[in-house]
Design a protein around this ligand. Structure first.
Ligand SMILES: [Zn+2]
Length: 273
């Protein structure tokens, strides 16, 4: 599943490829992904210029003068920019044509989304999918103080709280596990029990882990063509994630794994308290 760093890398790739360009038309080869696709996408976008591209959580926002295209890559989605036409393959559900190429959305499992938010409906930030998202971990509003306030009175495990996305957005399973290791915090620790100092360490670890993944992902995706939204994972040399039974890179103790809420959680029993 693409996580925040992968989506950020895709957003940067999109800026390099389609920002400032005008859509010529669009073609849909499916009627729905997770939700129905905008039936008249071509009519909505043709002749309109991509004015800004943002990422909010794991949503990509392509802003046009008259509204915003909201894209989510779901479990298996990817966006590619084709400079030369290629016949669509199975699961290539949407093409958006520009003068210099095509943006193609591929999504075998169809958990992704592509929605049109018309400017007449109000600011896109108020869209039901976006309005309740937590703060962005890489922006100024996120720090140990905010995390500590978000943990106050919460009996859930800190990893659960991170994954829920209401305090901080876009920290998925891999990066939650990695960040908790860096901060020396056991994933099952109740959020409310974390001190301000430990929350500060965790906030710093989250920022560092995400920034490193984006840097690795960005450096390997110099050419956006072929970016599949998953490449970034393999660039991050994980400290605990996926390393069950292997020695901790810090203390040598075997990394442990357990399933919490159906998600695999990895931690070092020596380094994480
Ligand atoms: Zn260790």
């Amino acid at each position: 599943m693409p996580e925040l760093p992968e989506v950020e890398v895709v957003a940067r790739g999109l800026r390099a490829r389609v920002l400032g360009h005008t859509v010529r038309g669009a073609q849909l080869r499916a009627s729905a992904l997770r939700w129905p696709l905008p039936a008249d996408l071509s009519g909505v976008l043709a002749g309109r210029r991509v004015e800004r591209i943002d990422r909010r959580g794991k949503y990509l926002l392509l802003h046009f003068g008259h509204g915003t295209l909201i894209v989510h890559l779901g479990m298996s989605g990817s966006l590619r920019f084709l400079e030369r036409w290629e016949p669509p393959q199975r699961h290539d559900h949407v093409d958006i044509g520009f003068g210099h190429g095509w943006l193609r959305l591929h999504d075998p499992r169809r958990f992704g989304a592509l929605l049109w938010h018309d400017a007449a409906q109000g600011p896109v930030a108020a869209h039901p999918l976006l309005a309740r998202l937590g703060v962005e971990p890489l922006e100024g509003g996120f720090d140990g103080g905010l995390l500590h306030r978000g943990c106050r009175g919460r009996r859930v495990a800190i990893k659960q709280l991170l994954l829920a996305g209401q305090v901080v957005v876009g920290v998925g399973n891999i990066y939650a596990s990695e960040s908790l290791f860096r901060a020396g915090i056991r994933p099952t620790t109740r959020a409310a029990r974390l001190s301000a100092a430990r929350c500060e360490a965790l906030a710093q670890a989250i920022r560092a882990t995400l920034a490193l993944a984006i840097e690795r992902g960005g450096s390997t995706l110099r050419d956006f063509t072929g970016a599949d939204g998953q490449s970034g994972y393999f660039q991050l040399e994980c400290l605990v994630y996926g390393r069950q039974g292997e020695p901790c890179r810090r203390c040598g103790a075997p990394i442990r794994m357990a399933h919490h809420q159906q998600r695999a959680t990895y931690w070092c029993p020596g380094c994480q308290r």
